[in-house]
Ligand binder design. Structure first.
Ligand SMILES: *Cc1c(COP(=O)(O)O)cnc(C)c1O
Length: 360
């Protein structure tokens, strides 16, 4: 064993998005500087996607590497810090799963009570497990995510509980730091930015982040923003609220996005687009990422790669472009999807020859 005293003692780096990007966030001296180590996520090249699209580079921003396994931590850390600053002792959210997992973790760390309203039966197992593990009070609403969010707004209007959905502006402020990290890593903005869109808080946040950096002349030109919705839950594509959204990508099964205007502004101001992808396209991209790139994400995250792959057929020229795709959440969140595939599991006895024969 190495002598622990002989190990180099690195000075503690600024950990978490509040410390790293304090100058860009609405902090006061009374905002607690809390962190679970969110942000500073990897940006990795995806060569198979470069070959398929003809792009100069495709980078995957692995937001699945955040403390609770999704990008929601970037906004939640600030929303919880602000709730504490405002004297709240409880937080509440409606959630398709990842928001509740994140709220539960930060509330547990800071000793707050946390309530989560989830659409009954349509939240992935891993996310529910997290909310349970962190001790959230979980209310399963017999309705959709949109119903749960309406209730969450009403309850927090009536009680001294902080609402930590992305309608909370601090969530958007925290999430915009993802754009800062991309520009800091690449030295400039990418040409195209691709991401999945559900409630549309994140596309609103990324656009804000790029615009903030543009105002500081930290980038030449902000990227064209491309958002992708599941075909069964694509209100921003049709321009109509979807009463009964359906898709295997539960994180984006949303029919009435709270940040509708923000998504439209990001699309129009950047010269981008918001398009739909089918569940089959999502599953194809999900398998491609896992098998060709070693990236295990949840189906909602795969929607942005499915969308990227269809852009050339939709007349978007990707040759020579620098592209970033946001991998919003971990595949471990939703193991049922991977397990439902035809798995190649071979039963073998405790016998060397049989194991050798099975290696194929
Ligand atoms: C929340 C979430 C989304 C959608 O983000 P919005 O801000 O609601 O548009 C996409 N993917 C994952 C994994 C999520 O948790």
């Amino acid at each position: 064993m190495a002598d622990p005293d002989a190990l180099p003692s690195a000075p503690p780096a600024a950990s978490g998005i509040i410390a790293r990007y304090a100058a860009y966030l609405p902090l006061t001296p009374d905002t607690p500087r809390i962190t679970l180590g969110e942000g500073s996520t990897p940006l990795v090249r995806a060569e198979s996607l470069e070959r398929l699209t003809g792009a100069a580079s495709v980078h995957l921003k692995l937001e699945s590497c955040n403390p609770t396994g999704s990008f929601k931590d970037r906004g939640m850390v600030l929303a919880v810090a602000k709730a504490i600053e405002d004297g709240h002792q409880a937080v509440l959210c409606a959630s398709t799963g990842n928001t509740s997992a994140s709220a539960a973790a930060y509330a547990a760390r800071m000793g707050l009570k946390v309530y989560v309203l989830v659409p009954r039966g349509s939240i992935a197992q891993g996310k529910l497990a997290q909310a349970i593990a962190h001790g959230a009070r979980i209310l399963a609403v017999k309705g959709s995510f949109d119903d749960a969010l309406t209730l969450a707004r009403e309850i927090t209007d009536r009680h001294p509980i902080a609402l930590v959905n992305s309608v909370n502006p601090h969530r958007i402020q925290g999430q915009k730091t993802g754009a800062f990290e991309i520009v800091d890593a690449l030295g400039d903005a990418p040409d195209l930015h691709c991401m999945p869109v559900g409630n549309a808080g994140n596309i609103t946040a990324y656009w804000m982040g790029y615009r903030d950096y543009q105002a500081e002349e930290r980038l030449t030109r902000p990227p064209r923003m491309f958002g992708f919705q599941a075909a069964g839950a694509a209100p921003l594509v049709s321009g109509q609220i979807v009463e009964h959204p359906e898709t295997i990508a539960t994180a984006i099964r949303i029919g009435k996005p709270a940040s509708w205007a923000g998504a439209v502004a990001a699309r129009d101001q950047s010269g981008g687009d918001i398009q739909a992808v089918s569940d089959d396209q999502i599953l194809h991209a999900y398998r491609h990422l896992a098998r060709e790139e070693g990236v295990f994400c949840e189906p909602a995250s795969a929607a942005c790669v499915a969308g990227l792959l269809q852009l050339p057929q939709r007349g978007v020229d990707l040759s020579g472009a620098r592209i970033v795709c946001i991998i919003t959440g971990s595949g471990l969140k939703d193991p049922d999807i991977a397990l439902s595939a035809e798995a190649d599991i071979v039963d073998v006895p405790v016998d060397l020859a049989a194991v050798e024969a099975a290696l194929d």
